[in-house]
Design a protein around this ligand. Sequence first.
Ligand code: NAD
Ligand code: G6P
Ligand code: MN
Ligand code: MN
Length: 433
Amino acid sequence: GIKIATIGGGSSYTPELVEGFIKRYDELPVRELWLVDIEEGREKLEIVGNLAKRMVEKAGVPMEIHLTLDRRAALKDADFVTTQFRVGLLEARMKDERIPLKYGVIGQETNGPGGLFKALRTIPVILDIVKDIEELCPNAWLVNFTNPTGILTEAILRYTDFRKVVGLCNVPIHIHMNIAKGLGVEAERVHIDFMGLNHMVYGTKVLLDGEDVTSRVVSEFARPAESMTMQNIKAMDWNPDFIEALGAIPCPYHRYYYQTKVMLEEELEAAKKDGTRAEVVKKLEESLFELYKDPNLNIKPPQLEKRDGAYYSDAACRLISSLYNNKGDIQPVNTMNNGAIASIPDDCAVEVSAVITKDGPKPLTMGDLPVAVRGLVQQIKSFERVAAEAGVTGDYKTALLAMCINPLVGSDNLAKQILDEMLEAHKEHLPQF
Ligand code: NAD
Ligand code: G6P
Ligand code: MN
Ligand code: MN
């Protein structure tokens, strides 16, 4: 049987994951699931862990659920480690979203200054986890959901010798499912070439039963916002001429780059009205945990779909299953480029369609990015590399450089002001600075 350790086990997404393991028990016999959290998350861990126990009991699968604050005990001899933690919890996310807005800059947890600071807080923790894995379960795969997953994958690949890491995001699977829905066919009949970076990924080719339907999909389904966007990102149609000229399917996060002005206005308005996304999520989470407490609840409640966890568990479980069962199917993941995308260096983390076997992801050879997006992707890659270096070294000037070269900031003195305020606001979670 399989032992899984899930770090950040108190997450409201955990029932999603547990449901996925239950559904796939025959092909993926998870005998032990260890949910790990920290002191601040003890109560959430307790509530969500007890729900997980009821779910497993109701389903009648022999999966043991362990709840612990002892990460090392959870990691000992684990086969897979999944991570879904948030350093500084939603309080920190609120600062990531609010502080940049004061300076007229996008406030988002994985893009711009917010994404940089989420990376700076998380890198020391994830590198520590990698050290523990190397000691306690060196053969385990690390499946990292923790954001910003692209930068964290970059940091691990660049600054450690650990190679059994896969960064995962539910955006590509979301796009895939929506396109299949739009075409009115089963998802299995659709293949999409994904290439780019995390939250900066494009669908560059769509095949239906092997036939190229990219231009039809781009003009019919990529344009209307409703079919592509996610709960946390305001839906707005793309300009039809723009999207057809682009000839690829952008991801919802591209709105921050191609619709910057209007996204900023949206954010400012939302921040006044309902609060930033962190504040909205905080309320959602409180009501979710109230539901989770009900001793009669023994399934994943449908209300969880208000979070952006859609397909979260499908993405995680199908990846783990393909690693475990050596399936050789194609899934989009964050992994080392190794030549898959021309004009991105081999040793960089990219988000790309890859063949998944027991030896890990092997990216498909994609060729080059379309010229219209190549520069942006390379610029974000540069930002991610400098951000990762700042996270590892704690060097002030490197952090300033990262802030400044991010296209959502793009101004030296402004970058310094935002950096200084955010370093101060987050200092308890930035031991390296
Ligand atoms: P959350 O705020 O509920 O945090 C989850 C848990 O992590 C909390 O219970 C918290 O106590 C715990 N935690 C914090 N620091 C920890 C540490 N050092 N060790 C162990 N546990 C720790 O967050 P959430 O909304 O469930 O999201 C969790 C993470 O997953 C975030 O980083 C989020 O961005 C990410 N996420 C990623 C995807 C994706 O597509 N990659 C999808 C959903 C969420
Ligand atoms: C999507 C993204 C995740 C992100 C989440 C935010 O699922 O892929 O990376 O963490 O949205 O959702 P939330 O409900 O926390 O705003
Ligand atoms: Mn949460
Ligand atoms: Mn994501």
